[in-house]
Design a protein around this ligand. Structure first.
Ligand code: BMA
Length: 314
């Protein structure tokens, strides 16, 4: 029995959700969802996944001063599938963005939908408008990948979610150069019988805190009326990130509002971006709702860590 949930919620929805939707997009789009998010130069920058009327996705840049309202959205798609990169044939999806201080550029990891299955690809950028593609990182089937926002013991660290023997666990890998990956390990496995029994996958990039790397992940359970995508938490050791310090027993966020229950894929809350205000300790979580719109929920980082360290059963 949870000691938590005495009338308070860790993640609180923004009352004006959804913050971005296809109806208010500058060009015809079926859906706008699962955005990568960063705070840069006093603005929040998103790369939003946009699905066109063929069912293929591309990414479009949007910016806002407060990260909530007055979004300026590019009039045209910003990053579109490149035919030179064969694996992008059926679209590019679900970006995660980190700033790499030692390279002074952003690393965008996204799903490239190849005919041979989904893969994770890397593109580098200084402004999220112009990109240098580095191609596919690992073989299919793979999704939900992000780099850590800094080197750990001189190596880049990647979290990703391959599907192997039909099993969908979260994995971790290491690289000296962003090109060759090794020391592969399962990091967060699915839990048979639980709310995260069918699939798990990383949400936003890992967030560095004094207590460890905060991991926000999605967990899936299949039901007779489809999959339910909910959100759980874990904390990883700062210098040995393959070690889990805590994992929440409970989901801390999940489909509840009409905009999360009605859409192209009902019952989906899918966080892909997080922005931490270091001054106020407020965490802004950007998520796709029902594979249709972009929504926002906020939490206090201290409450999230307190919950994980003292109240989560894991
Ligand atoms: C996952 C990804 C996400 C999507 C989710 C729910 O496998 O493809 O892009 O939001 O399914 O449909």
């Amino acid at each position: 029995m949870s000691k938590f949930n005495h009338g308070r919620e860790l993640f609180r929805r923004y009352g004006g959700n959804p913050i971005l939707s296809p109806e208010r997009w500058p060009y015809l789009a079926n859906s706008t969802f699962n955005p990568g998010a960063v705070r840069h130069n006093g603005e929040t920058w998103l790369l939003v996944r946009v699905e066109d009327m063929r069912g293929f996705s591309h990414l479009t840049f949007a910016r806002s001063k407060d990260g909530i309202t007055n979004w300026q959205i590019d009039e045209e798609p910003t990053l579109v599938p490149d035919p030179v990169y064969n694996e992008e044939q059926w679209g590019i999806e679900d970006p995660r963005i980190v700033w790499l201080p030692e390279r002074e550029e952003f690393a965008v990891t996204y799903v490239s939908f190849s005919k041979d299955g989904p893969m994770v690809s890397l593109a580098l950028s200084r402004d999220l408008r112009h990109f240098v593609r580095k191609g596919a990182m690992l073989p299919p089937e793979d999704k939900d990948a992000s780099l850590f926002p800094r080197l750990i013991k001189d190596r880049y660290v990647l979290i990703h979610r391959p599907i192997i023997r039909g099993e969908a666990h979260i994995w971790i890998a290491f690289s000296p150069d962003l090109r060759y990956w090794g020391d592969h390990k399962i990091l967060i496995p699915v839990r048979p019988g639980w709310w995260d029994s069918t699939r798990v996958g990383l949400g936003p990039p890992p967030i560095e805190t004094p207590e460890g790397w905060l991991i926000i992940y999605h967990g899936v359970r299949m039901t007779v009326s489809g999959a339910l995508y909910r959100v759980g938490l874990a904390l990883l050791d700062l210098e040995e990130p393959w070690k889990i310090i805590r994992r929440s027993d409970e989901w801390v966020f999940g489909p509840r509002e009409p905009y999360e229950r009605v859409g192209d894929v009902p019952g989906v809350t899918f966080p892909t971006g997080a922005v931490l205000n270091e001054d106020t300790g407020e965490l802004m979580l950007y998520y796709g709702a029902a594979d249709t719109t972009v929504c926002l929920a906020t939490a206090r980082l201290d409450e999230v860590l307190d919950y994980l360290l003292h109240e989560a059963d894991g």
